[in-house]
Design a protein around this ligand. Sequence first.
Ligand code: ADP
Ligand code: MG
Length: 255
Amino acid sequence: MERIAEYAERLGLVRLPEILGSIAEEAAREDISYTDFLERLLSEESQAAKERTTQALMRFARFPFIKTIDTFDFSFQPSIDKKLIKELATLRFIHRGENVVFLGPPGVGKTHLSVALGLLAAEGGNRAYFATISEMIERLKKGQADGRLKERMKVYISPKVLIIDEVGYQTLDQEASSLFFEVICQRYEKGAVILTSNKTYGQWGEIFGGDSVIAAAILDRLLHHSTTINIKGESYRLKEKRRAGILKKPNERGE
Ligand code: ADP
Ligand code: MG
């Protein structure tokens, strides 16, 4: 047993020493063949390795919370085509390097659905990375200041899918706009982007301080191979407050 544990460690088989005893006992009890015994061991080891990879990918992705498509209440948000979300959940768009844009007011589930897709990607063994646009810009600006832009850019360029959250809440200055443009350009037709925004495309000029040229250039690349999901409903957060009796229904306020 000791020698087996040593070999296992050398080979990086971390699960094997933990399960060898019980699987060996099970094998003796059930009188299974040597090959069946080996198969059971290897299948456990490979399952454990897969779980470790998924865990690492999840940590790497920096999701702000863990939410899934199963926990999304589509009946509350009828403007979302459930079939379209199911299609996105196949992750074909990620393998094709296409983009998904969620547009809509606060609280309608843009981040929830983005994270859910990112999570599926990570579970499928893909590198996903989540950042709000302000985090991304802040780090890239820092990179520019300390001469490590290329290195920092890699964080946003190399993942298979990049989630850029909350585009539009803050106006971007010229430096921020061109850094954002750089990220979109470098990922164009190579890596998928999932983006959320509270602004309609028509309002995107405002995000770039009225620079409609850069807005158009970014949208041009972003939307070339993409799916836009326009969410028109009510905030889920407010619904929950309403249910708790903290807020009144809109019609009760006389609106
Ligand atoms: P947004 O990013 O559009 O502002 P979020 O995705 O952060 O909104 O949603 C706000 C909160 O409400 C989150 O906790 C999210 O999980 C939840 N939520 C939003 N819409 C739904 C929904 N249709 N079903 C279940 N939970 C939802
Ligand atoms: Mg959000």
